[in-house]
Design a protein around this ligand. Structure first.
Ligand code: NAP
Length: 481
């Protein structure tokens, strides 16, 4: 290997992964760019060898060396591992930004053909419900923690704007569900609104995620870049893939400060695996994003243009509607190789600038509050009692004079103090205790005593302090009363 040769870790993956990865590697090789590919395992085979994370150590070592990965889809076989190998890779190397571009492609007919769609979805890739922190609070009630940090929001918002600048894009939407999840989803909205003025040339708009889905189906051409939280982004990006022809055409990049992982949005499509039927376009376009990332912009443009020319020439795989004589994966790949160097008649190459990655902060990120206080506590407990009886029972069990029971909720609805509840009840209650005297605070000693007294009468499984930061409540009011 010459000193100038770049190394890239290749994970062929599962299902159709090896077929589409081989297609991409053949096309890269044909561009003449010198890359040393280090092939490693992850996913199904690793799980079946007993590797709990689905990612063997030699794969991790290779990624640490090369810092660039081209990967096929990975499966978590049922009954193996407790985490997906994809999530392991994303969190291990903190590839916090998932960039998923889609655009109208020549000859790929969709209901939106002619609207010149060209949308990039920037999805937070580490936090949110996808951290997979889950508990059964009772045998019948499950909990999934949605943790969103100011740090995570800043990183993804800055990346979305940096990406918009690099591709000379003019509008960034931030899509959240901040009307309901005011604190978690709201943190992304507020961070977005705080940073947007630093980019006066870019129009910045907040949109509620449900309206965003509706608008994407009705008038998708209004969108340019969309930044959103992890789960919203996962769902919306499959939707945006569908607008332009389907999963077979949707590439993606998982970007971090040190490592970048390039892969198709689609999964392992086991129904067509090994049949030489898979559309390699998504993986090939992901490989083009990888080439651009490692500074091979000319080769990246050549690959993208060769794909466009191939589609313009009517060569298409069977996943496209109305194809009577589909090309095989290998035939499509050969056509792209033959078209390297040609330019599309319909879509000219885009100008790219190097993406200015946000500066990575060292050490523990602290967000300070000038003042803070504890103004109550929610205790979650399991009980078969009706709410009024439970309230009476708690009021007699709690002998601590400094607190009072303020309310009880069941499945999100207030069931005490109120008599006209409609909700069907389950044996899982959230019981809110607040100081007996208005504007007083609760000490940790109060909370521990309270917990002992409640715990003497009921099985509790979770508590949450109700805090105020800088005089503002740092907890949600109850949803339904
Ligand atoms: P999928 O693998 O994306 O496949 C869904 C369907 O889309 C396929 O059955 C196939 O439809 C079509 N399709 C997807 N990619 C295609 C391509 N390149 N060419 C032609 N058709 C394509 O989704 P899934 O069935 O939900 O997931 C299967 C497995 O993949 C699961 O184990 C999942 O966890 C994993 N997965 C991995 C990743 C990743 O590694 N990043 C992402 C998503 C899913 P037809 O029925 O029309 O053939």
């Amino acid at each position: 290997m010459s000193p100038a040769t770049r190394s890239v870790t290749v994970l062929p993956g599962d299902g159709i992964g090896p077929e589409v990865v081989e297609a991409a590697l053949a096309i890269i090789e044909a561009t003449g760019v010198a890359i040393e590919f280090e092939r490693h395992e992850a996913g199904e085979k690793a799980f079946k060898k007993g590797i709990e994370t689905g990612v063997p150590q030699d794969t991790i070592d290779s990624v640490e060396r090369t810092r660039v990965v081209l990967k096929g889809p990975l499966e978590t076989p049922i009954g193996f591992g407790n985490r997906s190998a994809n999530v392991t890779l994303r969190t291990l190397f903190e590839t916090y930004g998932n960039i998923r571009p889609v655009r109208e492609l020549p000859g790929v007919q969709t209901p939106f053909t002619g609207r010149k769609l060209d949308i990039v979805l920037v999805r937070e890739n580490i936090e949110d419900l996808y951290a997979g922190i889950e508990y059964m609070q009772t045998p019948g009630v499950a909990e999934s923690l949605k943790l969103i940090s100011r740090e995570g929001c800043e990183k993804i918002v800055k990346l979305a704007f940096a990406f918009a600048v690099a591709e000379d894009r003019h509008r960034v939407h931030c899509a959240t569900k901040s009307n309901i999840m005011k604190l978690s989803e709201g943190l992304l909205q507020h961070t977005f609104e705080e940073f947007a003025p630093q980019f006066p040339a870019i129009e910045a708009k907040h949109i509620l995620i449900d309206n965003c889905a509706h608008q994407l189906a009705m008038r998708p051409e209004q969108f340019d870049v969309i930044v959103t939280t992890n789960m919203n982004g996962d769902i919306l990006s499959d939707l945006t893939s569908g607008l332009t022809g389907g999963l077979g055409f949707a590439p993606s990049a998982n970007i971090g400060n040190d490592v970048a992982i390039f892969e198709a949005v689609h999964g392992s499509a086991p129904d067509i695996a090994g049949k030489n039927k898979a559309n390699p376009t998504a993986l090939v376009l992901s490989a083009a994003m990888m080439l651009r990332h490692i500074g091979e912009g000319k080769a990246a443009t050549n690959v993208e243009q060769a794909v466009l020319v191939t589609l313009e020439g009517g060569i298409r795989t069977g996943d496209m509607a109305g194809i009577s004589q589909p090309a095989s994966t290998t035939d499509f790949t050969k056509a792209v190789i033959a078209n390297l160097g040609q330019r599309s008649r319909l879509i000219p190459p885009r100008e790219y600038r190097k993406i200015q990655m946000p500066v990575q902060q060292k050490g523990v990120r602290v967000v300070k509050a000038a003042s803070r206080s504890v103004v109550g506590v929610d205790i979650y407990l399991e009980s078969e009692m009706e709410p009024d009886k439970l309230a009476q029972n708690l009021q007699s069990a709690v002998r601590l004079k400094s607190v009072r029971l303020q309310m009880i909720t069941n499945r999100g609805a207030i069931v005490f103090p109120t008599t006209d509840r409609q909700v069907s009840l389950v044996d899982h209650f959230r019981c809110r205790f607040v100081p007996a005297v208005e504007n007083a605070e609760l000490s940790d000693a109060d909370i521990i005593t309270l917990l002992q007294q409640v715990g003497g009468a009921h099985r509790w499984m979770h508590i949450e302090k109700l805090q105020q930061f800088d005089g503002a409540p740092a907890f949600s009011k109850s949803q339904v009363s």
